[in-house]
Design a protein around this ligand. Structure first.
Ligand SMILES: *[C@@H]1O[C@H](CO)[C@@H](O)[C@H](O)[C@H]1NC(C)=O
Ligand SMILES: *[C@@H]1O[C@H](CO)[C@@H](O)[C@H](O)[C@H]1NC(C)=O
Ligand SMILES: *[C@@H]1O[C@H](CO)[C@@H](O)[C@H](O)[C@H]1NC(C)=O
Ligand SMILES: *[C@@H]1O[C@H](CO)[C@@H](O)[C@H](O)[C@H]1NC(C)=O
Ligand SMILES: *[C@@H]1O[C@H](CO)[C@@H](O)[C@H](O)[C@H]1NC(C)=O
Length: 379
């Protein structure tokens, strides 16, 4: 009787063991085939119902086994998997897969077209420019998707009442900058009120506000009415301060004089700080660019320029702006750069930001920069 009982018990145990083996085998098979699937899915399966985010798209352990049959054994697979257990690296559950590091952008970008046809007769709307530049992000920013640029460029435009010019500028420049693989942001520095315009002070404001917004290391200062006619004129910074607009149509596509530094120029952060930024005391039209040129040469740098066939620009024709009359003091002031540049510059800049608005194609920074000091009495 007891022998029979023992026999039956043994039989049951054997059956149980067999069943266990079968279940074990099945699990092994499932795990084994999992190795061949593209996504490493085990942990999510085990995490079910624990509140972990296990939607398929959220998986971050990625193995590329598509290059032929895997040489990985099941044992090595588990060994690798051990390091990735969520318990040991809980934060890994939410970090995206580390993207492949992009290659550095080439010195001379591919895809430039050279000479451009620039005209100002067709009507441009901001909606159209926006449609044509879908990858420009809020505030007028862009980063090349396929390479890593060395520089981060803030493009600064002194501005007042030139909305129509701005449309042309954005229409032409966004595509050029994109082809040039520039990592950039566009800043319009809008002088509020109707006091005398002060271009160089607005540029100082642009520098100061741009570095608050992002880690720029290159600054390009452009008038709103100047459009480059050749996309090989690369909008980034160089070993020396750069003058871009060397051949404008209004000057017969020639440099008007050797020390000309007007229109479009670019300085690295280091170069800009070395000259204490730009002067704040040039009210009205003219002179400030010559003062900047003097600052550059007095600080032992020299201006770099593109080839005259490439540095060509079209200027949008316009009436002279109101409240930007030629500055009568400009000739005497530029004689004094050496004495004034240490006290007058980015170190002495004072202004008040009234609003910062980020539009799809540019950032609009409106500022109060004061007005010129009263004219000294004659005599
Ligand atoms: C899970 O991840 C998906 C995709 O990343 C996300 O849309 C969803 O909100 C997440 N759910 C939870 C509960 O975290
Ligand atoms: C997987 O590897 C193969 C061969 O190395 C490669 O061609 C393929 O692009 C890779 N797949 C992915 C998605 O990275
Ligand atoms: C798998 O193959 C690669 C080269 O194809 C080799 O470097 C690696 O050591 C192999 N791994 C195993 C576990 O055999
Ligand atoms: C915008 O970016 C996407 C993704 O990087 C790319 O496929 C597309 O061609 C870009 N569009 C333009 C107009 O550059
Ligand atoms: C910039 O903002 C100011 C202040 O709101 C506004 O008056 C001006 O029209 C704006 N200019 C541009 C070009 O967006």
């Amino acid at each position: 009787m007891s022998r029979l009982m023992l026999g039956r018990t043994l039989e049951r145990i054997c059956k149980a063991v067999l069943l266990l083996c079968l279940v074990h085998f099945l699990i092994m098979m499932i795990l084994y085939f999992d190795v061949y699937s593209q996504r490493f899915d085990i942990f999510s399966r085990f995490n079910n119902g624990r509140g972990a985010n296990n939607s398929r798209g959220a998986h971050h352990y990625y193995y590329n086994f598509s290059s032929g049959r895997p040489n990985t054994t099941f044992a090595s697979y588990l060994a690798t998997a051990d390091h990735l257990l969520p318990s040991t690296k809980p934060e890994a559950n939410h970090t995206p897969p580390t993207p492949k590091p992009l290659p550095p952008c080439p010195e001379v970008p591919l895809g430039l077209v050279g000479r451009l046809l620039i005209e100002f007769s067709s009507q441009i709307t901001l909606e159209r420019v926006q449609r044509e530049n879908p990858n420009v992000t809020e505030g007028g920013k862009y980063t090349p998707p396929d390479c890593r640029p060395k520089q981060k460029v803030a493009i600064i435009i002194p501005f007042r009442h030139r909305d129509n010019h701005l449309k042309y500028w954005l229409h032409y420049l966004h595509p050029v900058l994109r082809r040039q693989k520039i990592d950039y942001g566009i800043y319009i520095i809008n002088q509020l009120g109707e006091d005398t315009f002060n271009r160089a002070k607005l540029l100082n404001v642009g520098y100061t506000e741009a570095i608050k917004d992002a880690e720029y290391n290159c600054f390009i200062f452009s008038d709103v009415d100047l459009i480059p006619m050749d996309d090989r004129n690369l909008y980034h910074c160089y070993d020396q301060p750069r003058h871009f607009a060397i051949a404008m149509d209004k000057f017969g596509f020639r440099l008007p004089y050797a020390g000309y530094f007007g229109g479009v120029s670019g300085l690295s952060k280091k170069q800009f700080l070395k000259i204490n930024g730009f002067p704040n005391e040039y009210w009205g039209w003219g002179g400030e660019d010559d003062d900047i040129y003097n600052r550059i040469t007095l600080n032992g740098m020299k201006v770099s320029r593109p080839d005259v066939r490439i540095g060509r620009y079209r200027m949008i024709k316009h009436e002279r702006d109101k409240h930007n009359e030629p500055n009568p003091q400009r000739f005497s002031k530029i004689q004094n750069t050496k004495n004034t540049m240490r006290k007058d510059g980015i170190s002495s800049l004072m202004y008040r930001v009234v609003s910062i608005k980020k539009y799809p194609l540019y950032t609009n920074i409106s500022v109060e920069i004061g007005k010129p000091p009263p004219r000294p009495l004659k005599g």
